[in-house]
Each structure stands twice: as structure tokens, then as C-alpha cells.
Design a protein around this ligand. Sequence first.
Ligand code: M6R
Length: 585
Amino acid sequence: MCGIVGYIGFRSAREVLLSSLRRLEYRGYDSAGVAIVADEIKVEKRRGSIDNLKVDFDGSLGIGHTRWATHGIPSDKNAHPFLDCQGKLAIVHNGIIENYLSLREELIKKGHKFVSDTDSELIAHLIEEYYQGDLKDAFFKAIRKLKGSFAIAAIHQDERKILAAKNESPLVIGIGDHENFLASDIPAFLAYTNRVIVLKDKEVCELTDDFVQIYDFDEKEVRRDVEYINWSLEDAEKSGYEHFMLKEIFEQPIAVDNTIHSLISRNDLDLEFDSMVIVACGTSYHAGLVGKYIMEELLHVPVYVYYASEYRYREVLENSLTLLITQSGETADTIAAARKAMAAGNTTLAITNVVGSSITNYVDMVLYTSAGPEIGVAATKTFTAQLASLYYFAIEAARNKMLISPMRYESLLNTLRKVPYYIEKTLSVEPRIIKEAKKIANSKDIFFIARGINYPIALEGALKMKEISYIHAEGYPAGELKHGPLALIEEGVPVVTLVPVDKTYEKMLSNIKEVSARKAYVIALSPSEEVGKYVDSLIKVPDIDPLFSPFVNVVALQLLSYHTARILGRNIDKPRNLAKSVTVE
Ligand code: M6R
């Protein structure tokens, strides 16, 4: 997990590389660096963010990197780019080289001197080993020796070109006029061009000022169409919001609306299945848990939900439709799970937000959420877009299998279409939520409790709170409190309760009384005025069909964690130790 960039053309490479890297900082920010061919290759790299770099040289050809540490601690010496022994060629790498120990040993025996603790550095030495005046030839020989996941870019001071390779880590080419770009993600170069080619696994590209050629690993030329990106850079920027996370929370009505519209035109979702397995990580896993409730409610099929990291090591259920949910499409555990499900002969369907992302290569079908780029590390709009996809899928499947009447179908679809409106109304409750954030910001622990379809939302509320405010938070099924966690409830401990008016209502009121009796500070999210009598603070949320209440409750909880973290002055868009896409297992 890292971001890499490359530029060749007529502009200042320093400016292009630094501005491109800033747009990739969500991929990691432990260290950063650039290598630019001035007369010779010059490198500047340092621990910490891109702002720490002091690049006092320039040219029109270069590569850059922003790192999320895997092999070797975050430090100046482990920052990319890496040079060969002669300092004539430089590389940047995103991914993990699995056979690095044996390759490194071989290269050391041949006299190469290593200066870092990373797996990546050996790539520079390996290319050097093969280099006889032709970077392309040496590059192909080197990458054929590598095992693992990688997006690599390499330059040599004596040749005006960039060589790059992709295997299981993303890499995109930006096509310009008399200039070309390379990056881990499109926003990196979108200020310069909207013409892109998304590389596939086991492909190499050669970029010069006026030429882009793609090859497979056997050096056979590959033809690829250019795609035109129709979202603007502004879509990927903060548009006046203080943080990307807040902007993305407020973009949810449009994200959900776009997602529903893009799915309505699909006519290939009539799949046969008797059971379903949902596999995902983090917030996407919580979407999967909501998916379980909605699928079981409407389709009456058993649905099993697994963390991708756990699914890898268990027996695979055969003849199950397997749904892989990952906003980035790059999560290594989820990709590994997709491969495992495919190998077992299951039909696989990915729900992802990133067109052409790695997971799309390993599944039978893809449902794209249309949430637009999400930059904040905390997933928000991609989560509600995932929910919209899962609800839509369940409603359509229930109709196709004739499990619901045409009237019920129309009513469910109508409510789903109105979700953006209800989210909009929830967003207007922000001032109330800010008041509550002020009250809880200095707490040591916060509990989130709910039942039924909102239990996963309690988990998600706790995850968001932990992730960006660093306050310890736990989500529980409300009925489980008395089996242990109640021991932690004492005077003033905030307990956030989700109270839709459905079959869980009365029981939720009893659970509220349990924690109130222990003098907890109880906040409720509910459309019911009555709940106010039993809690310290009622945040009234819109009165939506309770089956759809996860949409409004999660938006309120996202705002609660955002404002709590803001009061505490946290680095909201880049929480410590985390990165946007987790491409290591
Ligand atoms: O890209 P993915 O949906 O596969 O990511 C999964 C998790 O890493 C992700 O949801 C993580 O939990 C978020 N930072 C939560 O806000």
C-alpha cells in the first residue's frame, strides 16, 4: 500500500510529481520521495508527509512515491525512490515482493550494496544486474524474477523513458499531448489529463514523451482502449469543506441516488442461488451484515457473513453466491477471498466503487457503486452506496423469485429511491449532533447499542468513533449488554442507542432503562418523541420505514464521530496508523 507516480513531458517534473503525490497521500503517508533526471538522477526522500520534502532540483522526467510502511520502519532510509549501486537508475514500488529474501541474498553475493530494510530496494539492483544499455530489456528480465504484488516504475539517467509494471497493485496511465503520466490512481494526474488507460495484471508499459506502449510480461504488445474520465478534479477535492470526510458525508444523497440509478439499468442480476456468502473487511463488512438482514428478510435464504481475513482459512461453502464487498477494490484479504471462492467453483459478485480495480479481475460479475472518489480514510459515502446496492439487489432478487407481491416490490423500490431525501433530512440534524459531540468528546469509552438490522450500524458507529477520534468505542447487540459489558457502565459513560419504531422498540426501551439505572449518559437516535422520556438526550432522526433505518442512523453516527474527532483536533482524513486501501494481508 503506497502511491506511485511518474511523469515525462515538457513541464516541471518537480511540480507535477509533488502535486500528484499530494493527491495520493490517502494511500499512505509514512514517507515520501521523488527522483528526477536533471543532468543526472537526483533524489529527495524523507520520513513523514510530502510537505517535508525539499526538492531543490528539477527536470522533465521523474518518478515519486508516498509510502505506507510494510517492510522496514518509516524512516528516511526506507523511503522511496531507491537507486542502484551506481546511482544511475531509480525505482518506486507499491506492493510486496514475496521472494525478496532469496533475491536479495543472490544480489548481495554478486556485490550489490543495500542501504534500506525494504523489499523494494532489490528491484533497483535486479534491474542494474541485467542492464546493458537498454532499460526496457533489463526491466523485463527483472520483473519476470519477481513474485508477489507490485506496481513498479523505473527510470535511468541515460534513457528518456519510464518503464512500469503491474501485478495485483493498481497502476494507471494518463495520456497527454507530448507528455505522459503514471500513477496508482487517477486523481493524481486528473489536473493534466482525463485520458487514461488502466493497466491489467502482468502488464508492462513503456512511456516516452510522445509514445505509450503496453506489453504483457512476455514482451508481446497489447492493445488497449483509452478511457475518458468524466468526473472532475473538483469532485476529488474538498470544495470548501474543512475535511474530505465531512464533504463525503454530505455527498451521500447524491452518491446513493447515482448508485441506485446506475443499477436500475442492469438486467443481468437475475441469479440462481440457494445460499449466499458475504465477505469483506472493516466498514464494508458492516455493510455485509446489514446485507444479511435484508437478504434473509426478503429472500428467505441463509446468508453467512465473514471477515475476509478469516474466510481465507476456513472451509468454503460450495454452491453459494459469494459477494465480495470492497470500496477500494484493492483490499488484499478480500481479493484473496474472491480467488478462493472462484477456485471452489462459486459464482462471485464484487461490489466496489473503483472502476477497473484489482478485485474486478477475480470475480464473475461486478456491481459498481457510483459514490465518486472517496479520499477520507474513514469510509462514509461508499458505505451508504454499498447499502443501496445490497438493498437493490435483494429487492430485485425477491421480485425475480416471486417472493414478494408486485405491490410490495413497488413500495420497497420507492422507499429505496427516497433514501437520498431521508439522508438529506438527517444531515440537517448536524447542529444537534455537534452539541452531543461536545458532551462526549472527553470520554474514555463510548458504547453503541442496537438490535436487528441496526446492530451492524452500532458496530459501524463504534468503528468510526475509534478510527478518527481514537476514543475507545464498542458496538453491541443491546440484549448482550447484560452478559458482560454492563460491568463497564458507570456514571457518565456515553451509551448511544439506536431506536427505530419496529419490533425491537420495546426491548430497546428496556435496554435503555438498564443503562440509565447505572447512570450512563444515554443518547438515542430515534424518530419517536416518546424515547425522549427515557434518555438524557434524544436526536430525532427522520421517520423512514424501519427496514431502511440503517441509512439515516449511520449518517447521524458518522457526523457524531466526525465532530467528536474535530473537537479533539484529530487528523480526521488521515488517522494514525491507517491507510485508505489495505493491500497487505
Ligand atoms: O476498501 P475496502 O472497503 O475493502 O476497505 C475495507 C476496510 O479497510 C475499510 O472499510 C476500513 O475499515 C475503513 N477505514 C473504515 O472507515
